[in-house]
Ligand binder design. Structure first.
Ligand code: FAD
Ligand code: NAP
Ligand code: FMN
Length: 580
């Protein structure tokens, strides 16, 4: 089958002619049918809804890709973000693809929460007419792997919708599985002969995917222009400010977006793995990029830090009576998690050959970082605020792959593969007169430095309130000079600081929120937007609880009414989070 679409967008035809020709040619190739005469009435394209939930844009990008594929196959696809689920009448949808990630502990991404609350409520209608298939995105490192996709799949079926193709659960390395699902799910939705091709003048209602020059698959080889330590000597942490030159990339970004960074592994770790295998590194091994010397493959292509489930199983099989084998029992998941904390690939590969190891390694994955700069303030640059992961465990000094690649191994002439991962759920208010409240302890400060730079340059007249915290004021006050200057100059109407270890009792940002609950409530009632960035597992949950408490204590709302109030803030995009 030749590549599709047959007629490129820049061909000298009107959109209508192009659509007709593409439909006709697709029909010709898939059915070996005869060409309709130009006057023949065109059969309508079959509508297809692609519903997506996405936190960091992966599912959204896949949804757009599927819309293109569906259009080429003769559907009339409509892309709908789950937060806008109420713009479609699901009871009338005959064909639906659902693409969603999972966050938290098996929870929906933020923009899918309203959809999920509705879908599980009594208000959810029967969906007898709907044929559907679900693509679930997740990460096998999380115990609740793809849980939200699984829940959507089950709930749609319970509401009477007909699953025409089984759900596919994707790990971080999702491309192959996602492509196969797309082909099969579209074929299943198309019906018996696997095609719905029909020429039609009806415009497909897909949103054009953004044209970006660089993406995850095609990163830009950038240069690191600055690497500065923000924490001071004596701190228990090492947080760095990086400035990356984008000149010549054609890449732009908006504040709130993230930067994808593709690291390479530490050469010392590669050398230690080679020594454990008894290899010199010259042995040829297969990788996605073809056959490579083992040393290069380990440095650039495989995750040699975090042990994969397959690697753990292979290690356990060599020692069936050992502790690891016992802990692989699903009932002992929590104990396994504790056992693995601080252990890496190198701790499990005694007796492995290079071939044994390569067979069970996962692909090295890029990392995302919240962008800490405004392009308006720093043309052709992108800044990051990154905590270097360094710790000693089980007698070995360990390093986070990407944070230490940036901190230690990325020289001014090292190619630094990056791309912008647009965020659609973490944005400044379009109305510059709106107040904003930002809660960003630790590296969570990153996007708020960007927000504040952007609002300063734009002369936005809405007030800015920042809650920042870290361990010690003297050692860990990130961007102190900038924040204090903004406070003094009035750009920060309020700056509330919580240094947790400067006194006997821990003080956290949420405590500062509660201390200023009346003013916080007044800002919210005045239409302020509320943002949270940083640690997902503890801080973001506690800040959320504090927000509910403000609504209850000052707003006089019951717990249920406070939950409704917060839900409304979310649906109005006035409560946005960038948590990890
Ligand atoms: C949307 C998004 C935005 C983000 N923004 C930022 C940002 O602005 N700044 C930032 O710094 N990070 C940010 N992150 C996190 C970032 O992507 C990386 O996860 C982080 O830098 C760690 O990656 P690494 O490769 O250095 O560490 P990895 O090689 O991934 O190692 C981390 C792992 O090491 C282990 N570990 C860590 N500490 C210990 C310890 N003390 N004892 C035992 N084991 C330990 C844990 O298993 C942990 O999962 C963001 C993540 C997302 C998803
Ligand atoms: N899972 C973990 O154990 C762990 C630990 C550190 C970092 N991280 C990860 O590292 C990233 C950010 O780290 P970071 O060093 O920039 O910031 P961080 O660890 O979030 O620390 C910033 C500040 O937040 C405080 N804090 C701790 N628990 C909190 C809570 N429940 N509510 C509010 N504040 C709290 C810290 O205090 P204290 O440190 O004094 O308690 C510190 O003062 C996140 O991805 C986070 O998940 C994870
Ligand atoms: C803070 C955080 C929590 C996550 N929790 C889960 C989880 O519980 N289960 C899971 O399978 N994946 C989890 N993931 C992985 C994401 O679902 C995965 O990276 C997905 O590809 C993201 O897609 P998106 O960009 O469309 O949101 C989590 C990722 C992050 C950053």
């Amino acid at each position: 089958m030749p590549p599709i679409p047959f007629i490129p967008d820049n061909a000298p035809f009107t959109a209508e002619q192009r659509q007709w020709l593409n439909g006709w040619l697709a029909g010709l190739f898939s059915n070996a049918g005869t060409a309709p005469t130009p006057n023949a009435p065109a059969a309508p394209r079959k509508p297809l809804t692609i519903l997506y939930g996405s936190q960091t844009g992966t599912s959204e990008a896949l949804a757009k890709k599927n819309a293109k594929a569906a259009e080429a196959k003769g559907f009339a696809p409509k892309l709908v973000c789950m937060e806008k689920f109420d713009t479609v009448d699901l009871t009338k949808e005959e064909r639906m693809l659902v693409i969603t990630s999972t966050y938290g502990d098996g929870d929906p991404p933020d923009n899918a929460q309203p959809f999920w609350s509705w879908l599980v409520s009594d208000a959810a209608p029967r969906l007898e007419k709907t044929k559907f298939s679900v693509l679930a995105l997740g990460d096998t490192n999380y115990p609740m792997f793809c849980e939200f996709g699984k829940k959507c799949d089950a709930r749609l079926e319970a509401l009477g919708a007909k699953r025409v193709h089984p759900r596919v659960d994707c790990d971080v390395d999702y491309e192959t599985a996602a492509n196969a699902w797309s082909e099969a799910a579209l074929a299943a939705l198309a019906g018996a002969n696997g095609t719905v091709t029909a020429a039609s003048a009806e415009a497909a209602t897909i949103e054009a995917p953004p044209i970006t020059t660089h993406d995850r698959k095609h990163p830009f080889a950038a240069r690191l222009a600055a690497n500065l330590k923000l924490t001071r000597d004596g701190s228990e942490k090492e947080v760095r400010h990086f400035e990356i030159a984008l000149a010549g990339s054609g890449t732009t970004y908006e504040v709130g977006d993230a930067l994808g960074v593709m690291p390479t592994n530490c050469p010392q770790l590669v050398a230690d793995v080679l020594a454990a295998l008894g290899c010199d590194g010259e042995e040829a091994v297969k990788t996605e990029a073809g056959e490579l010397p083992l040393r290069l493959a380990l440095a650039q292509h495989f995750d040699i830090a975090k042990p994969s489930t397959d690697l753990l199983k292979a290690a356990a099989a060599r020692n069936p009576d050992g502790e690891l084998a016992a802990l692989l029992d699903p009932a002992r998941r929590e104990e396994l998690k504790k056992f693995l904390w601080g252990r890496e690939v190198i701790d499990f590969i005694a007796g492995f050959s290079a071939t044994d190891l390569i067979a069970v390694l996962k692909k090295l994955q890029p990392r995302l970082y919240s962008i800490a700069s405004s392009l308006a303030a720093h043309p052709d640059e992108v800044h990051l605020t990154v905590g270097s992961v360094r710790y000693t465990a089980h007698g070995r000094a360990r390093k986070g792959v990407c944070s230490t690649f940036l901190a230690d191994r990325c020289a001014a002439d090292t190619a630094l593969p990056v791309w912008v991962q647009p965020s659609h759920g973490f944005k400044l208010p379009a109305d510059a007169s709106r107040d904003i409240i930002m809660v960003g302890p630790g590296t969570g400060i990153a996007p708020f430095r960007a927000f504040l730079e952007e609002r300063e340059i734009a002369g936005a007249n809405g007030r800015n309130w920042l809650f920042f915290g870290d361990q010690r004021r003297a050692l860990d006050y990130l961007y102190e000079d900038t924040l204090e200057a903004w406070r003094t100059g009035g750009h920060l109407a309020r700056l509330d600081l919580a240094f947790s270890r400067d006194q006997a009792e821990k003080i956290y940002v949420q405590q500062r929120m509660l201390e200023s609950a009346a003013e916080l409530w007044a800002w919210l009632e005045g239409g302020a937007h509320f943002y949270v960035c940083g640690d997902a597992s503890r801080m973001a949950k506690d800040v959320d609880a504090a927000l509910h408490k403000v609504c209850e204590t000052i707003g006089g709302l019951s717990a249920d009414a406070a939950a409704e109030y917060v839900k409304k803030l979310k649906s109005e995009k006035r409560y946005q989070r960038d948590v990890y």
